[in-house]
Write a protein that binds this ligand. Structure first.
Ligand SMILES: NC(=O)C1=CN([C@@H]2O[C@H](COP(=O)(O)OP(=O)(O)OC[C@H]3O[C@@H](n4cnc5c(N)ncnc54)[C@H](O)[C@@H]3O)[C@@H](O)[C@H]2O)C=CC1
Ligand SMILES: O=C(CO)COP(=O)(O)O
Length: 332
């Protein structure tokens, strides 16, 4: 199978490695010529995956027409807020038979669209040619060939199977799923919950707090997902609880690290600069809260993160704010 990966960041480069390990003929497209040259000639991406040796057959180019010619699969790993503007000019270059897989974990500002919806609109693809991939997938661990699993969801079982086959290797195990809405929401909202956990840890709080925020975070994600038509079984699975555990616990997570820095007293701009890479939870928090308000779903942790990141709520008020909410039954 021939594949293209759009985006030479940590996840795009790593997923290209996964595809190469699975036997695909794969090329990356990126906007930075120096990064592309380093991947092609030195088999490294030092900025995003320092010290990792990439497969020798992996190539990268800034020439989208060349990278996309004749491909069967297009994987997209661009920061969510840049996806639409980046993809629209590439529309005519996508081969008529190709399927697209979104690797992105965010919701678009101002439209509140999930990434598969952005991909459909920007590339002019029907939903049955689109899949989303999400799970406990910290790029660096996967680039080191540490074993993990993931979820590939599509409204088309054939498309989900095709993508799963393309990326299945000894260290990377994809499970298929038909719940695109649930899998995508899990990936986007867990980043916000990871920021909240990071803030708590940055304030010096321990594992009880972490477990509380993760568990109640999963409740928020589930409530929103069910209101938007997702399947209940998705949330305790790899894309839901699995990714929450990985992202909220790992120092490799940008969202978690950014939260820690905010909890320790940095401003948002300082924390973004110190963290590096894309922490999707920062910009995705507002559109997720808007989505929730539109469908009448309460998301107190997300609202508190929006308060701290975007509305000047002091970090020391975050925990008391959440604890002061009216008492209720756990399942209510
Ligand atoms: N890093 C990880 O462990 C994982 C990341 N993801 C998701 O994958 C997506 C991408 O994340 P990363 O690769 O980690 O981010 P990154 O920050 O490492 O890289 C982003 C890449 O996109 C490029 N880019 C940014 N704006 C662009 C534009 N307008 N046109 C072309 N290229 C542009 C950057 O140059 C960079 O190569 C995010 O939605 C993230 O949530 C999902 C699973 C794992
Ligand atoms: O999505 C991820 C792990 O599944 C990566 O998390 P970060 O974007 O927070 O680094």
């Amino acid at each position: 199978m021939r594949a293209a990966v759009l985006g030479t960041g940590a996840w795009g480069t790593t997923f290209a490695t996964v595809l190469a390990d699975a036997g695909c003929d794969v090329a990356l497209w990126g906007r930075d010529a120096a990064v592309c040259a380093q991947i092609t000639t030195e088999h490294r991406n030092e900025a995003r995956l320092p010290g990792i040796a990439l497969p020798a057959q992996l190539t990268a180019s800034t020439d989208a027409a060349r990278v996309l010619a004749g491909v069967d699969l297009v994987a997209i790993a661009i920061p969510s807020q840049s996806a639409r503007a980046t993809l629209e000019p590439l529309r005519a270059l996508i081969p008529a038979h190709a399927v697209a897989v979104s690797l992105m974990k965010g919701v678009e500002l101002s439209t509140d669209r999930r990434m598969s919806q952005v991909v459909a609109e920007a590339l002019g693809l029907k939903p049955d040619r689109i899949a989303v991939l999400s799970g406990p997938n910290l790029a660096r661990e996967i680039a080191e060939r540490q074993p993990t699993a993931t979820v590939v969801a599509s409204t088309s079982a054939r498309t989900a199977r095709l993508v799963a086959t393309a990326c299945s290797s000894a260290a990377f195990r994809p499970y298929t799923n038909s719940d695109v809405v649930g899998v995508e929401l899990c990936g986007a909202v867990k980043n916000i919950i990871a920021v909240a956990v990071g803030i708590a840890q940055g304030r010096g709080l321990g594992f009880n707090t972490m477990a509380t925020v993760i568990t109640r975070g999963l409740v928020e994600i589930t409530r929103l997902g069910l209101a938007l038509g997702a399947d209940a079984e998705t949330f305790p699975g790899l894309a839901g609880m699995g990714d929450l555990m990985a992202t909220c616990a790992s120092p490799l997570s940008r969202n978690h690290s950014l939260g820690v820095r905010i909890g320790q007293g940095m401003t948002l701009d300082e924390a973004i600069a110190a963290t590096g890479g894309t922490a999707e939870g920062v910009k995705t928090s507002r559109p997720v809260l808007e989505l929730a308000q539109r469908v009448g779903v309460e998301m107190p942790i997300t609202a508190a993160v929006v308060g701290v990141l975007h509305e000047g709520l002091p970090v020391e008020e975050l925990a008391p704010l959440l604890l002061a909410r009216p008492r209720k039954a756990e399942g209510a």
